[in-house]
Design a protein around this ligand. Structure first.
Ligand SMILES: [Zn+2]
Ligand SMILES: [Zn+2]
Length: 457
C-alpha cells in the first residue's frame, strides 16, 4: 500500500508465470547475455526502491534465462561467451538467494491483499444492498405521499363545493324581486341604464331560463347550477364569484428534504504496477537529436550512416536516457554495424548504464525503418520491451522518428523471419513498427545529456 492508493498484488505463481522467457535461436546469444545482465541490474534497482514484487519477477526471469534457457542456444558452448556465462552463473546464485528471501514477504503481502479484496467486495455488496433498500423506501414514501395528497385534494374539492352550496342560501332579507333587479327584460328602466356594464358577463352565462330557486336546489342537493349571475345579482354576494380564489389545496410535501439518504460511495483506487501491465515511460533528452547530428555530420556529408547507443538509468519505474555512446562501427550509405562491442558493454557495465535503444542516420534515404533496421531493433526490444530506435533523415523534411516494433504483431513477425536477403519485405508491413512518441511511452524532456564517442579511442 502506498499513501491512499492500493497497489495490486500478484501471487508468487502469477509472478513466476510472468517471469517466463523463451529465447529465439536466430537471435545471437550475445543479446541474451546483455539482456540477462540488464534483468539482473533492474531487479537490484527495484529491490533497492522497495518494489519487491517487480524485483522478484525480474530475478526469476533472469534465473529462467540464465539457468534454463541460455544453455539451449546453439552458440552457448562457444569460447567467446565463456567468461560472460561464468559471470552470469555467479549472478544467478545471488538471484536465487534473493528470490528465497523475498518469497515470505511477498506471500504475506498477497494474503493481505486478498483479504482487502474480500473486504472491498463485501463493502460493495453492502453498498448495493443499501442502495436497493433506499430506493424501495423512497418508492414507498412517494406512493404514500401521493395517496395522501390525492385524499387531501378530494377533501378540498368537497369542502369547496359545500362552501358554494352554503353561499347559495339567501341572505337575510332576500327577495326575488330585489335579486332580479337590473336583469334585462325584468326591470326595463334600469336595464337600459346598465346594459353595457354587464353585457360581457351576461353573455358568458347560461340563460335565465335555467335559473332555479335557491330553496329548491338546496333541499334536493342537485349538482351545482351552471350559472353566473349578472352583475347586479352578484353584488348581493349570495353567489360566490366564479373567478374568486378556490380554497387552498394542501401543499405537496417536499420529498427530498426527508427522503432516506443513500450511503456514501466507497472510494477505491488501484495502482496497478505499470511494469506488469504495459511499457514504462522512457524519457529522452530533447537536445539528443541535434547533438547527435552535429557530431556525425562528417559521416552524413560523406553519405555514410552513423549509429549511437542510447544508454541510461532506471529509477522509480521510469527509464531515462542519460548518455549517448557512439561505438566503433563500420558503415555504408544504408547500413552501419557496431564493432568491438565488448568495449561498449564494459563502458556501460562500469557505469551501471542500461541499453535503452539506439539512434542512426539515413544520410540519403527518408525517415523509416528498413528491414535491416527492424531486425537490429528486434534484438534491442527483446532485451528491453521499452527499447526505441531513433532514425534521423537530415536531408528530408520529416527529419526524425522514434520507433518501436508493435507487440504484437511486429516483434513476432521479425523474431520469426528467416529471410536471407539483407533487404526484404515483411507481411503486414504497415503494422510492423510504430511511433513511440505520439501517444507512446516516450517523453522528450529538456534534460542534460552526456556524449561519449568511442570511435577515436
Ligand atoms: Zn536505417
Ligand atoms: Zn525479416
Amino acid at each position: 500500500m502506498r499513501g491512499n492508493k492500493v497497489e495490486k498484488c500478484f501471487s508468487l505463481q502469477e509472478l513466476n508465470d510472468r517471469a517466463k522467457t523463451t529465447p529465439v535461436e536466430s537471435t545471437p546469444i550475445r543479446f541474451y547475455i546483455r539482456s540477462a545482465e540488464q534483468l539482473f541490474r533492474q531487479a537490484k534497482i527495484y529491490q533497492q526502491e522497495g518494489d519487491l514484487q517487480t524485483s522478484y519477477m525480474l530475478y526469476m526471469r533472469f534465473c529462467n534465462l540464465v539457468i534454463t534457457e541460455l544453455s539451449k542456444h546453439v552458440e552457448y558452448g562457444q569460447p567467446a561467451y565463456k567468461a560472460s556465462i561464468v559471470s552470469l552463473n555467479k549472478s544467478a546464485l545471488v538471484a536465487m538467494t534473493e528470490i528465497e528471501a523475498l518469497k515470505p514477504g511477498l506471500d504475506k503481502k498477497y494474503q493481505e491483499y486478498q483479504q482487502y479484496i474480500k473486504q472491498r467486495e463485501e463493502m460493495v455488496q453492502a453498498q448495493i444492498q443499501a442502495q436497493v433498500q433506499a430506493a424501495q423506501a423512497m418508492d414507498m414514501y412517494r406512493q404514500h405521499n401521493e395517496s395522501q395528497h390525492r385524499h387531501e385534494a378530494n377533501r378540498a374539492i368537497k369542502e369547496r363545493r359545500d362552501l358554494e352550496w352554503a353561499c347559495v342560501q339567501p341572505a337575510p332579507g332576500w327577495s326575488l324581486a330585489k335579486a332580479l333587479e337590473g336583469v334585462p327584460g325584468l326591470n326595463a328602466p334600469q336595464a337600459t341604464q346598465h346594459r353595457h356594464a354587464y353585457q360581457q358577463d351576461y353573455n358568458s352565462t347560461v340563460g335565465l331560463s335555467e335559473f332555479h330557486y335557491p330553496e329548491y336546489k338546496r333541499q334536493h342537493h342537485h349538482p351545482r347550477p351552471e350559472i353566473s349571475a349578472p352583475t347586479s345579482i352578484r353584488q348581493q354576494s349570495f353567489v360566490p364569484t366564479p373567478t374568486g380564489p378556490p380554497p387552498a389545496l394542501p401543499r405537496k410535501p417536499v420529498t427530498q428534504s426527508i427522503a432516506p439518504k443513500l450511503p456514501p460511495k466507497i472510494q477505491i483506487e488501484e495502482d496497478i504496477h505499470e511494469f506488469s501491465q504495459g511499457l514504462r515511460t522512457l524519457i529522452v533528452p530533447v537536445r539528443l537529436l541535434d547533438r547527435f547530428l552535429n557530431i556525425v555530420r562528417p559521416n552524413t556529408n560523406r553519405k555514410l550512416e552513423t549509429c549511437g547507443i542510447l544508454a541510461g538509468v532506471l529509477s522509480r519505474n521510469k527509464l531515462t536516457v542519460t548518455t549517448l555512446i557512439i561505438p566503433k562501427q563500420t558503415a555504408t550509405s544504408d547500413t552501419c554495424s557496431t564493432t568491438n562491442e565488448d568495449e561498449l558493454f564494459e563502458y556501460q557495465s562500469e557505469r551501471d548504464l542500461m541499453t535503452l535503444g539506439w539512434i542512426h542516420t539515413h544520410p540519403t534515404q527518408t525517415c523509416f525503418m528498413s528491414s535491416v533496421d527492424l531486425h537490429t531493433h528486434c534484438s534491442y526490444q527483446l532485451m528491453l520491451p521499452e527499447a526505441i530506435a531513433i532514425v534521423c533523415a537530415p536531408s528530408h523534411e520529416k527529419d526524425y522518428g522514434v520507433f518501436r516494433l508493435t507487440d504484437p504483431p511486429g516483434l513476432q513477425v521479425i523474431t520469426n523471419c528467416r529471410q536471407k536477403p539483407l533487404f526484404h519485405q515483411h507481411p503486414g508491413e504497415d503494422d510492423i513498427y510504430t511511433d513511440a512518441c505520439d501517444q507512446g511511452h516516450v517523453e522528450l524532456l529538456d534534460l542534460d545529456l552526456d556524449i561519449v564517442d568511442l570511435r577515436g579511442k
